[in-house]
Design a binder for this molecule. Sequence first.
Ligand SMILES: [Zn+2]
Length: 332
Amino acid sequence: MVEATKKSLDYFTRNFSPYQFRQFRILEFPGYQSFAQAFAGTIPYSESIGFIADLRDEDDIDYVFYVTAHEAAHQWWAHQVLPANVQGATMLAESLAQYSALMVMEREYGPRQMRRFLKYELDQYLTNRATERVQELPLALNENQQYIHYRKGSVVFYALRDAIGEERLNAILAEFLQQWAFKGPPYPTTRDFLDLLYARTEPRHHPFIRDLFERIVFWNHRTTRAEARKREDGKYVVTLQVHAEKVSTDGKGKETQEPVDVLVDIGVFARPPGGGEADEKVLYLAKHRITQAETTLELVVDELPYEAGIDPYNKLIDRSSGDNRRRVTLVQ
Ligand SMILES: [Zn+2]
């Protein structure tokens, strides 16, 4: 907790704005409830979710680090900028706290470890939207729907960061704080945030931003074929067949197919014998513009590939995230 606090305060003050207090308190409260919450300068934290965490398994996500970073981020997103009490309000508090915590985590664990976390967030969003009783709303209009403002919020902001860059996004957030921090009414809405976002990004990003924040869109990607052939010079030619699909839906689940036009990661990875995903080595990773449902790509890599795929780090909202990668078969 202390470590996560120090690293969070460091990242947020460097990238967003100064921390407004002289102290930062974490208070332990008994396990009658199991949550942590951010008050101004003070984080009540249940004994049952942090203080007794068993983090001996290094493969487990260190949720204490993550929860602490999220609550620390609320000192900015809720305590510096207070959203207007309208649709989308929780995006400005919870989704921005999620994004901020993700950036601190990424610094701690490395970008490659983020996939597991993002996949978890994505799956939680997908599972919970299925049990929506009223209507699913786009992130920027959500009505305090947790699967949207936390789960989808993480994935959306990570995808935005990936598209426009961390520096740009943080500069926009710093400007948003400058405009709205410690102000009385009228309080900002997600419209104010999006107006600033559109104004500070190139028009080529705008359709994607609209899809992420103002619509409900799925990019269903999968790899249907991954083969490699060894060349005489020792390099490998990887033939990759990928399927891409874009679907939008209304709040009741009525779906519409949309034309495919996406800038997406294509990756090829190697693994040491017996190694897992954490040991993988990136042989190729680049953004490709995909405009067809079926696309065949040919890539050359230096080493024997193990896996390859489209959106291999699960950065986009995809209803079946497990089929983006495929084991590469070696052919003669
Ligand atoms: Zn929160």
